[in-house]
Design a protein around this ligand. Structure first.
Ligand SMILES: [Zn+2]
Length: 498
């Protein structure tokens, strides 16, 4: 026997087995099956229809008691024999076509209740033209793959100029298949502009704060979803393998794993994974755009809209330890969650601490001192049916009301100036009884010298410092209930004549 022949036979056999295995798994799941009236216990943990964000290879969605899943003919018949109300919605050898039918609906195109990025920008720009005193467009960066502009919109009582007011940020679509987030932000944007002067509550928010909105962070990915190419697309459009072809699932980088706070602890280092974090922190231009925005404006509070789960994640649980502001973060998350009704109308959103790594809220809170919340809107899918979208938006606008109520305090409104010149200073503001080494030191805004900080009423130690100046220490500073407690600190330059 030719000694070369045996390995060749073994190799051929192995290839046949591999082909057989692959053939048994994927191509045979050619059915999109709908199952109705699924009992609650089958939807619970360990049940047959236990949906999560990461098992969408088979179970595509489960909204209320109706699921859609990919199945083989045998699996479909098995469901019927087990007594489930299962019907075939579509049969196709193209798995992408089945996903389109499941997520877009019978037209296989994005339902018009959702907007493309061009439509979102056109609508917002129209408001900028009509109300330049109320809303301004602020380019914050470009996308990683196609260099499309990423826009923030600034809304205030005079949007033509940066304001010395607490900042609040709302963003959508770090994950591009979670498109309802962009719709919530766009709806809020229109409400803030159009209801100013008509609705006393909205007027008060806009007078009191400077509000930034980023309807879509992951613009390239959003385009893949909204153009009808692929409704599953979650990551950005980066051509990770450099083959010149983009938009081939599951390429791209998870933009919500790219922030530089415990970056290596978050997501996956494997490019084919849903939560691939990229090659290094801030490798993705979408993350750099958000970082740039934080350089333009510090924020008191912010929200990132995602789907799904009807839960608010706040920073953080880190090996069982809460964040330095854990009690207050949980309290605010609870206030907001308690106002957002679930899709079934039976309850309100839950709250949970998230992990401490690489996601927006960990970076915003840990590095930038922003009380940030991820709101997972809706339940059981990422692309909600058109009839469910207005309800999800309306419910989340109630959450916005609860969040905005926090922009009056309680807490500290620190204002730091140079004692010699009276000019505002960028200075470090440290509350050593609260802020341990897990978080970066917080600072006042350079242009205005202000820093607003949420606190529960009580007594605090505050240390204000800046190189070249004498450090100011405030012992047992009383923070009142109700509105902001003002703290004026004028720092003496070191070596200055007294
Ligand atoms: Zn998400």
């Amino acid at each position: 026997m030719n000694p070369l022949r045996l390995p060749r036979i073994v190799l051929l056999l192995a290839m046949t087995l591999l082909a057989g295995a692959a053939g048994a798994a994927d191509p045979a799941r050619t059915l999109l099956v709908e199952v109705r009236d699924i009992p609650a216990k089958e939807q619970a943990k360990g049940g047959r229809f236990d949906y999560s964000d990461y098992n969408r290879g088979a179970l595509l969605s489960i909204v209320r008691s109706t699921a859609q899943l990919l199945a083989t003919r045998a699996e479909f018949e098995g469901l019927q024999h087990a007594g489930f109300h299962a019907t075939v919605l579509m049969e196709s050898p193209e798995v992408l076509t089945l996903y389109k039918r499941a997520y877009y609906g019978p037209t296989l195109k994005l339902p018009p209740v959702y907007h493309s990025y061009d439509q979102i920008v056109a609508r917002a720009d129209e408001l900028v033209r009509e109300h330049p005193e109320r809303i301004a467009r602020v380019p914050i960066g470009e996308t990683t793959q196609f260099h499309r502009p990423i826009y923030a919109y600034r809304i205030s009582s005079d949007a033509r100029h940066p304001q010395d007011k607490p900042g609040v940020l709302f963003d959508g679509c770090h994950h591009s298949d979670e498109v309802v987030g962009a719709e919530i932000v766009l709806t809020l944007l229109q409400k803030l502009v159009l209801d100013y002067g008509r609705d006393p509550e909205v007027t008060a928010w806009v007078d009191r704060c400077e509000i930034y909105l980023v309807p879509v962070v992951n613009v390239d990915g959003h385009d893949i979803v909204t153009s009808g190419r692929d409704p599953r697309w979650r990551k950005n459009a980066r051509d990770v393998n450099g083959d010149g072809v983009t938009g081939v699932f599951p390429e791209g980088v998870d933009v919500n794993r790219g922030y530089d706070f415990n970056w290596a602890m978050g997501g996956s280092d494997r490019p084919e994974k849903d939560n691939y974090r990229g090659q290094y922190p801030f490798s993705e231009a979408e993350n750099r755009a958000m970082r740039h925005l934080l350089e333009l404006k510090p924020f008191l509070l912010s929200v990132s809209y995602h789907s799904q789960g009807e839960v608010i994640y706040y920073p953080w649980s880190w090996g069982g330890q809460g964040a330095p502001d854990d009690a207050l973060l949980r309290e605010i998350a609870g206030e907001v969650a308690g106002k957002i009704r679930t899709m079934d109308g039976q309850a309100t959103y839950a709250v949970s601490p998230g992990g401490p790594s690489s996601q927006s809220y960990a970076w915003l809170y840990g590095r930038k001192g922003v009380f940030d919340f991820i709101i997972e809107t809706g339940k059981g899918t990422h692309l909600f049916a058109p009839e469910d979208v207005p309800g999800i938006i309306a419910a989340n606008l109630e959450g916005v009301r609860a969040l905005m109520a926090r922009t009056t305090g309680p807490g500290l409104a620190v204002h730091v100036t140079d004692a010699a010149t009276g000019r505002p200073l960028a200075a470090q503001v440290w509350l050593p009884r609260i802020e341990n080494e897990t978080v970066d030191r917080r600072t006042t805004e350079a242009a205005f010298g202000h820093y607003w900080r949420q606190l529960r009423p009580g007594n605090y130690e505050v240390i204000i410092s800046r190189p070249g100046y004498q450090t100011a220490v405030f012992h047992d500073l009383a923070v009142a209930a109700g509105n902001w407690t003002k703290l004026e600190a004028s720092l003496q330059p070191e070596g200055a004549a007294r």
